[in-house]
Write a protein of this length. Structure first.
Length: 359
């Protein structure tokens, strides 16, 4: 029989029959079928599908070839029920537009994959208690063994959060008191090093372009900035605040540029520092001759700023690794840990800082 355009319908029907046979083969293939085709035991097929060692390479290739021929896919859900674990870590986070959160999430995913775990992301659209409660509630519907939280401390009200049983928690870059295990960058230490660097260059004081109110990291950096100036016997200038974005750094920078006595600024992150550099340039203030600028994060682009940015380096890869290590250790020991692990920072000196211009 021909189709409306004059071509034979037989090839199309043959392809459809082939697809149906393949679909039936995929649905009906079992581990026993794979073992029969490969000429091995079902136990060997199980070891190959689970990635266990102890199978020689030739046998592994035979089993994988049989799986491909039959269209067999291991039933991960069944394996999880049998083992009592899903090999999946949930990550609750807000603010994927910020460099710190994205790089921490990337490090968590990389470390989890290295340990044979996958990551399920539970984004919080708006940083409110209701949104966070909703994210924690969804954990009970998902197949996760543990959760890493990248959120601000004021959103982790333990009295309103309901955790699924046996799900371990680690909090990244925040503070949870004695409720959860925490992995954090040494916010205070990095800030003190930055302020001390500017004072050692000869600046009489250091202005601060801070992150948003309510941010744990921003508050830690602000407190350490003020404490370091006080320890040096210097007066802390009025605080200038942004929202982590380069745009907010630019608008704050226009105000800072209009301050003739400002010769040094510690900025709470590199993105705001980028906006500040633009504002100073447009206002005719040279960096570092008129104003020294130092950031926090050491994003990959920091060395390409004009001038290259002096900044505090955060080891996001280590934070992610320690978060994954922490939840896996709690799972294996079936015990909740409390306390804080601080990841050290280091100052990276580039061209945006220098002694103040002689007056």
């Amino acid at each position: 029989m021909d189709t409306a355009d004059g071509t034979s319908a037989e090839p199309a029907r043959a392809r459809a029959r082939t697809r149906k046979r393949a679909a039936r083969r995929t649905q009906s293939a079992s581990m026993a079928d794979v073992a029969r085709v490969a000429g091995v035991s079902s136990q060997t097929v199980s070891r190959v599908s689970n990635g266990f060692p102890g199978v020689n390479e030739e046998t592994r290739r035979q089993v994988l070839a049989a799986m491909k021929e039959l269209g067999y896919r291991p039933n991960s859900a069944a394996r999880a029920l049998k083992r009592g674990e899903f090999r999946t870590i949930g990550v609750i986070t807000f603010g994927l537009s910020t460099t710190g959160n994205v790089r921490t999430l990337e490090a968590i995913a990389t470390s989890a994959a290295h340990e044979g775990y996958s990551v399920t992301l539970l984004p919080v659209a708006v940083p409110t208690q209701d949104e966070v409660r909703g994210a924690f509630s969804r954990l009970g519907e998902l197949a996760v063994d543990a959760v890493i939280v990248i959120l601000e401390v004021h959103l982790l009200d333990a009295s309103t959060l309901s955790m699924p049983p046996h799900v371990q928690v680690v909090v990244a870059d925040s503070d949870a008191g004695d409720r959860y295990n925490v992995v954090d960058t040494d916010q205070a230490g990095g800030t003190r090093t930055a302020v001390r660097h500017l004072l050692d260059l000869g600046h009489r004081t250091v202005w601060h372009l801070a992150g948003p109110e309510g941010s744990y990291a921003a508050q830690r950096r602000t407190d350490a900035w003020r404490a370091e100036l006080l320890a040096a016997g210097r007066t802390a200038p009025p605080l200038v605040r942004g929202d982590w974005s380069a745009e907010s750094g630019y608008h704050a920078g226009l105000r800072i540029a209009a301050l003739p006595d400002c010769t040094a600024v510690f900025v709470a992150n590199d993105q705001m520092a980028l906006g500040l550099l633009r504002a100073l340039h447009e206002s005719g203030r040279e960096v570092p001759e008129d104003v020294s600028v130092i950031g926090f994060d050491d994003i990959p682009e920091a060395s390409s700023f004009l001038p290259p940015l002096t900044t505090v380096h955060q080891d996001f890869a280590e934070v992610g690794r320690l978060c994954v290590e922490g939840v896996l250790r709690q799972m294996r020991q079936d015990a909740t840990e409390h306390g804080t692990t601080l990841v050290p920072t280091r100052l990276v000196v580039r061209d945006s800082t220098a002694p103040p211009r002689a007056r």
